[in-house]
Design a protein around this ligand. Sequence first.
Ligand code: GUN
Ligand code: ZN
Length: 479
Amino acid sequence: MAPPTTIFYGAVISPESLTSYKALPRCLLSVGASGTIDWMVDDVQEHVLQETLAQKGCIDVDVITLPAGEFLLPGFIDTHTHAPQLPNLGSGQQHELLDWLSDVTFPMEAKFSDVEFARRTYESVVRRVINCGTTTCCYYGSLHLESTKVLADIVHASGQRAFVGKCNMDRNCPDYYVEASAEVSINETKQLISHIRSLASRPNAQSSSRPHLVQPILTPRFAISCTPELLTSLGKMASSDPSLHIQTHISENKAEIAFTKELFPDAPHYAGVYDSFGLLRPNTILAHAVHLEDTELELIAKRKAGISHCPTSNFNLSSGVAPIGVYLDRGIKVGLGTDVSGGFSPSILTCIQNASIASKILAIQAGTHGTSPTQFSNRQLPVATLLYLATLGGAEVCHIDKTVGSLAPGMSFDALLVNTRSIAGNPGLWSPDTDTPGKGKEALDGLLERFLFCGDDRNISRVYVEGRFIGGNNYRANN
Ligand SMILES: Nc1nc2[nH]cnc2c(=O)[nH]1
Ligand SMILES: [Zn+2]
């Protein structure tokens, strides 16, 4: 059953642009039965609360009032993660990419041939990702069809918004973990797409009428693991269905780039490989993009593809520091990705912290100080930009920014109720002396910064997707 209208009264923070966000200390926000935000009224003083509600036709309604130290934020968008790698979290950090894949990652992913193991593992993966505040997630499964169907089923039942793909990989992988042929890979991909689209008619725990939250996504793992025959067939599938999303890796590690150039000597560069098969377009998500050439950037900008910045992974696998400021200055869409288990945390908060550090490293090397209102290249990224990348930027990369990524009338209520009070179990973020809403926007600015840099899943009380309460600390306590 669809939930009734829910009305919140309290602080709301929402990104507006790469350099600004709204911080509304006393906002009245109404979520309709369809799960979208019906209306918002800013700066409602307590003594006019009932009157304002009456003007909106809301008599005798329950209002969720947020105390000082709590605020609503758009849900995080993880534009790149690997569900079957979560059991490897924190392992194998001595490696760089190609050895890490063969020594650590492929052995774990191969275990997902066992569908019951996959079911047990994916239940806990999806629960953990939701409780970290990720309302939309781009999941890579393993190469296995049945296990990836199970992943999609579990995500669907959870009420999370997601893209789910099975890896296409028919070469340069170990014998025990490689697809038999391009044909098998394509057939199984088609079966997965049909399965995910059929979930639309299957009720989930949250609702019988929210069919569209889980979508399929083509997932050529990376150019190295795909024969030209496979990439050709994937390109044909993509061109026959422009709505189909695509996710892959690009220019993560120097040895990977060199090997890619050997395998595709006619391509002008790494991005050119994907482009030559019709796989670069506005709903393509390119993970990492650490070492792109200038002409690749031009091409990516022209195709309007998006980049998933995975700084935790780029540090952890010693891949390098992606010059995200340069990409932003060129108008390329950028979101954040945890890249579990290249990245050692499933939380976008950790990713935000590492994105900040990555930008500071580049600024230190360039000898620049502080942020700049007009330029991101070689500059430390401001808090507003970090928030944007984690929310609306991610929505742009996923090509769903008309639906999610910010809190505004008409947008889906994919949101977090953040609690920075000591009772949340992570004391020190909020102080009644300095951070009460009565102190205005500046207090909220400080609170947001401390949450982004020192907060964790203890501070995420409630996770909502399309108005439905699907996770967070309070959910954990009651389920
Ligand atoms: N970080 C990362 N890079 C990849 N490139 C190809 N596969 C992978 C993967 O699983 N993780
Ligand atoms: Zn990855």
